[in-house]
Design a protein around this ligand. Structure first.
Ligand SMILES: Cc1cc2nc3c(=O)[nH]c(=O)nc-3n(C[C@H](O)[C@H](O)[C@H](O)COP(=O)(O)O)c2cc1C
Length: 338
């Protein structure tokens, strides 16, 4: 066991955080993580406030240990309806391939503020954020209720903003990471984990958590030696038995080869790393609406593709170490890391 200030504070046996993965984390997945002595996190980004409450209760039924809830900080984005129409039309050839010549699109609305209230009401003691920072009022409310706050940064500048906003710890997300970039200030910058970690540790006072491409003991040791107080792992847990990922998505991670992941905005309008597939290739030159609109536009495609078992058009989010994935009980995967 590697004891750090953070593991003592969060009462963890091991300095590992099971990455919140919206759409993948299940109550069983989060509770198993907590029971194994690491920090389980609910990926609540796409959930309504009521769904978030239910998810929290489902985890509480399975473990008495603490766990985190991860929220997407909403962004205000203006979009020209004409541009939205063009982005929708750009998706039609793919829709046709799935037998969807036309589909209705519902624009989603973030329930962030109500989710924050649910976190407080349900007595959750750890809350993490990505895609930005909560405002002062939210920080005050959460801290007033003894909630430990974790922000996400992809550059040193963002790390400084995270610290200034009053977060208690910070996840630094290296360029290797699977899923969406947590970037929120300035251009998307792709900095490898080791480099970013060194720079952030030298700049901020709060505990730093390393994320991106960590998939074995050696990589974890390297991050901890470079000053991280814990690591946050997503991809290496994707194919675990308890993960809610589609069986074919799990299989894609098990079949993955070195260098098979790319960055794309095509699924959601926000830059994310996933396994290259036909959707990403066919959308390369097309009009893409900003996040969250593109996410709303492609929702039906992704759902239909999953229903048909067609991985060509599913989002297969994964980090650069996806070729190291194994399919086992989550506890066994964690066991190999410690
Ligand atoms: C499938 C998937 C979904 C993710 N969803 C979220 C999320 O909802 N919230 C979040 O903060 N990070 C999310 N991430 C990013 C992780 O927090 C973390 O940065 C990343 O998994 C680390 O890199 P790795 O996947 O190589 O371990 C996601 C990552 C993956 C692979």
């Amino acid at each position: 066991m590697n004891e750090t200030n953070l593991t003592i504070l969060l009462e963890l046996k091991h300095p590992i955080i099971q990455a919140p993965m919206a759409g993948v984390t299940t109550p069983e997945f989060v509770a198993t993580s907590a029971e194994a002595g690491i920090l389980g996190s609910i990926g609540a980004g796409y959930l309504s406030a009521n769904e978030t409450r239910q998810f929290i209760r489902d985890v509480k039924e399975r473990t008495k240990k603490s766990f985190a809830v991860n929220l997407f900080v909403p962004e205000r984005v203006e979009v020209d309806p004409l541009y939205l129409r063009q982005a929708y039309e750009a998706l039609q050839p793919i829709g046709k391939q799935l037998g969807l010549p036309f589909w209705e699109v519902t624009l989603s609305e973030s329930e962030f503020d109500r989710q924050v209230e649910v976190v407080v009401e349900e007595g959750v003691k750890i809350c993490s954020f990505t895609f930005g920072l909560p405002d002062e009022k939210t920080v005050r409310l959460l801290k007033g209720n003894d909630v430990y706050l974790i922000g996400t940064a992809t550059t040193v500048e963002e790390a400084k903003l995270v610290e200034q906003a009053g977060m208690d710890a910070i996840v630094v997300q290296g360029s290797e990471a699977g899923g969406h970039r947590g970037s929120f200030a300035g251009e998307i910058t792709m900095i490898p984990l080791v480099e970013l970690l060194g720079a952030v540790v030298a700049t901020v006072q709060i505990p730093v958590i390393a994320a991106g491409g960590i998939a074995n003991k050696e990589m974890m040791g390297k991050a901890l030696s470079a000053g991280a107080q814990a690591v946050q792992i997503g991809t290496a847990f994707l194919a675990a038995d308890e993960s809610g990922a589609h069986p074919l998505y799990k299989q894609a991670t098990l079949d993955a080869e070195v260098g098979c992941t790319v960055l794309t905005k095509a699924f959601s309008g926000k830059t994310a790393r996933g396994i290259r597939n036909r959707f990403i290739i066919e959308m390369r030159e097309e009009v893409i609406a900003p996040y969250p609109y593109q996410n709303d536009l492609t929702k039906k495609i992704r759902k239909e593709a999953a229903k048909q078992g067609n991985t060509d058009f599913m989002s297969l989010w994964a980090g650069e170490s996806v070729h190291l994935s194994t399919s086992e009980k989550l506890k066994a995967i964690i066991g190999k890391l410690i």
